[in-house]
Design a protein around this ligand. Structure first.
Ligand code: SF4
Ligand code: SF4
Length: 234
């Protein structure tokens, strides 16, 4: 797919004189997408939602041991053997159930990017968002997902020290706490819907595969079939 050459490309510089355009924020995180954002971005790219999900997105599944069944919590007896084997490598005991957090995120890929070290530009080969272009432009900037729009002001004030690498954060006291709260309540609504209706019914054409994490530790790859098997309809 060829991006429309006339698409506006901007950088965060337009938002603040303090942003170094280092692109570090686009190299560190998995960007969560909500179904509505998939609609907006695929329209912007002039491709179908299916194609967008296939080419630019992947699964991101986090599991947390939990002893009581409840919202998005499933017995480990449902888990495919491959997943159980991956968990065994990290934990001696297999808990009876897991809280499963399934998300669709923007793909990340290894690419040569420009970063800043001691304020000097430097090229490095790093995992970065699929939409991060050379010179740290964002290919979908006008329609970028909400976490990108709010960064680095998305964290609650007591968590703000988690972005020491970000010059914009160090120098600006912008407060997006109201927008951030609204965003987190949309995320909660998304998880409630997944719990009620199932992942597959919310994502008609979900990405075929992605990564599985045990809390924040990468366990390995996961396929959509394995995810569906782990989360049978309640
Ligand atoms: S969508 Fe754009 S702003 Fe967001 S992480 Fe990717 S490149 Fe960065
Ligand atoms: S990490 Fe901070 S300074 Fe660097 S591009 Fe992102 S917002 Fe700007």
């Amino acid at each position: 797919m060829k991006i429309n050459e006339n698409s506006p490309k901007h950088s965060k510089k337009e938002e603040s004189n303090f942003c170094l355009e280092c692109g570090e924020c686009c190299k560190r995180y998995y960007i969560t997408l909500l179904p509505k954002e998939v609609e907006i971005i695929s329209k912007f790219l002039k491709i179908s939602k299916k194609k967008f999900l296939e080419n630019y997105c992947e699964l991101n599944v986090k599991i947390y041991p939990k002893s009581t069944l409840g919202v998005l919590t499933y017995p480990s007896t449902f888990f495919p053997n491959k997943i159980i084997e991956l968990i065994k490598k990290k934990s001696f005991e297999i808990p009876t159930s897991f809280f499963v957090v399934p998300q669709v995120v923007l793909k990340r890929e290894n690419k040569l990017t420009q970063t800043f070290f001691n304020n000097e530009p430097k090229k490095d080969f790093r995992k970065a968002c699929i939409f991060l272009e050379k010179n740290n432009f964002c290919k979908i900037y006008p329609k970028r997902p909400i976490p990108c729009k709010l960064f680095p002001f998305i964290a609650m004030p007591d968590l703000r020290e988690q972005y020491p690498f970000c010059e914009l954060f160090k120098n600006s006291q912008k407060d997006f706490s109201i927008e951030s709260k609204k965003y987190y309540s949309r995320i909660q609504k998304y998880f409630k819907e997944v719990n009620k209706k199932s992942f597959k019914s919310i994502w008609f054409n979900p990405p075929k595969s992605g990564e599985l994490f045990y809390s924040d530790t990468l366990l390995g790859k996961i396929s959509i079939e394995e995810l569906i098997e782990m989360m049978p309809k309640k």
